[in-house]
Design a protein around this ligand. Structure first.
Ligand SMILES: Nc1ncnc2c1ncn2[C@@H]1O[C@H](COP(=O)(O)OP(=O)(O)OP(=O)(O)O)[C@@H](O)[C@H]1O
Ligand SMILES: [Mg+2]
Length: 479
């Protein structure tokens, strides 16, 4: 029973009262004590000390105290903890200063001698407003955070799922397989898993299995004993040991040979291994995250990946969709990368024109987010103005948007195949001409045809200089 009483007492809102008159302190205590936890200070200095020491929900502050400036105390409190509302206590004569106090951020004021009911009402109302504001703020923070999560940017539904999965999986030791096309952010997700777990202060070790030959990968992973092979003059600690207590990220896991896969399997099952050339088992506590841009199920079927390994690795998987399947993230990402570059280079501000964003949103991004990042950086370099326009984009990105409607048109029967192909050819030739400053010999070379052939195709497609001049993204047509 006593415990319970203590608990409810702890849940009462805490109010700090600062007033030099003992009578006021006593009577406020009587009025407020049943509903609130009240701490009283008789001077501004003591009050501030309490304010800084303990968290309060609300402050009742006397405007006029001997040798002290209630206004200054109010300002200090507002600056140090703007989330805590301050109600001023004032003698009727000084209502004007009460109004001034409101201008400085006081939540309300109560005139002395106070009416008990009015006092209770003002305190309760202020606390309720405050609670509501806090709730709105926390909701807003949640919404904002969902535009990004630990260096990952994206507000699309697939990204929301990925954030939720990372949160769920981060603090477990479950092996996670991350799949997705090149440049979709697999490594970033692996890092997010690590840095949102209790392992975050231990190492995150990434190893790219494709970058190392079989012979090296074994000693990279497991280490080797001195003299275990010709070059092994020293004992070497492998990545599994280095990652002890932390996370080991095996990137491009499919590039590991079946022989090494078998060894890896043992670590995954028993969390122990032997160094190359050694006989002693080494035990480790390592969380494994693997990634691949290949279709593991296909490799499994073709016998290129061990089945037992597949099931060990693929306990839970996170699949990163290609960028073209979450186009709503493209403007957000583009702006993010531009802002990042400008900040890194300490460049004056630049922005993306509306058409530029439109083109970026339509492009099919075979290289996914990495490609988008490169395109933004290049465009920002080429752009000499404050607005990045489509001209600053590589032509491959610009022209792709033209071919998309062509594809769609042909596949929906709105364009005949012949017409679509002709239009495509026309655009290719126009682009080649633009890229070579309209020097036909160079354009022909670019397209791998003779100059005569180019001229012939231009004629039969009806491409003339007028076309080039009228083409929307070719501002530099000479003469
Ligand atoms: N959601 C994202 N938000 C912001 N930046 C991202 C996001 N996804 C990827 N990136 C950035 O894109 C680049 C590529 O990401 P990452 O290296 O993680 O891709 P990956 O899937 O591992 O690619 P690969 O298969 O080629 O190894 C990095 O610079 C990364 O910071
Ligand atoms: Mg990677």
């Amino acid at each position: 029973m006593a415990e319970q009483h203590k608990d409810t007492a702890r849940m009462k809102p805490r109010i700090l009262l600062i007033d030099d008159e003992p009578g006021i302190r006593a009577s406020l205590k009587v009025v407020l004590e049943s509903a609130y936890e009240l701490l009283a200070a008789s001077s501004g200095a003591d009050g501030l000390a309490l304010f800084r020491r303990d968290p309060f929900h609300l402050v009742l502050l006397d405007i006029i105290m001997p040798n002290e400036d209630g206004m200054a105390i109010l300002q200090t409190m507002r600056a140090e903890a703007p989330g805590v509302p301050v109600i001023m206590l004032t003698a009727t004569k000084t209502v004007k200063s009460a109004v001034d106090a409101m201008k400085l951020g006081a939540a309300d004021y109560i005139t002395k001698p106070f009416d008990v009911e009015e006092l209770r009402l003002i305190v309760a109302r202020t606390l309720a407003t405050q609670a509501l504001e806090r709730e709105v703020q926390s909701l807003r923070a949640q919404v904002v955070s969902r535009y990004s999560f630990h260096n990952l940017i994206g507000k699309s539904p697939p990204m929301q799922d990925i954030y939720a999965k990372i949160e769920q999986l981060a603090d477990t030791r479950t092996t996670v397989l991350i799949t997705g096309e090149s440049g979709t952010g697999k490594e970033l997700v692996a890092r997010a898993l690590h840095y949102n777990s209790s392992r975050k202060d231990r190492p995150f070790i990434a190893i790219n299995c494709a970058a190392l030959p079989d012979t090296l990968i074994e000693s990279e992973l497991f280490g080797h004993e001195k003299g275990s092979f010709t070059d092994a003059r020293m004992r070497r600690v492998g990545h599994f040991e280095l990652a002890h207590g932390g996370t080991l990220f095996l990137d491009e896991i499919t590039e590991i040979s079946p022989a090494i896969q078998a060894k890896l399997l043992r670590v995954l099952q028993e969390r122990e291994f032997t160094r190359v050339g050694g006989s002693q088992s080494v035990k480790v506590d390592v969380r494994i995250i693997a990634a691949t841009n290949k279709n593991l199920a296909d490799l499994l079927q073709r016998g290129e990946f061990r089945e037992d390994m597949y099931y060990r690795i693929n306990v839970v998987s996170i699949n990163l969709p290609p960028l073209r399947d979450r186009r709503e993230d493209i403007p957000l990402l583009a702006k993010h990368f531009l802002a990042k570059r400008l900040q890194e280079e300490q460049r004056p501000s630049q922005e993306l024109s509306k058409e530029t964003v439109e083109i970026l949103t339509k492009y099919h991004w075979p290289g996914n987010i990495r490609e988008l990042q490169n395109v933004i950086e290049q465009a920002s370099v080429w752009c000499r103005e404050t607005t990045i326009t489509p001209d600053n984009l590589p032509s491959s990105v610009r022209t792709d948007t033209h071919t998309l409607p062509l594809r769609a048109g042909a596949l929906s029967g709105q364009l005949t195949l012949e017409r679509a192909v002709m239009e495509f050819e026309r655009q290719l030739i126009l682009d080649a001409l633009k890229q070579t400053d309209f020097v036909q010999v160079h354009a022909a070379a670019l397209l791998g045809i003779s100059r005569r052939m180019l001229k012939y195709r231009m004629d039969s497609l009806g491409i003339c200089r007028e076309d080039i001049r009228l083409s929307p993204d070719s501002p530099n047509v000479p003469g």
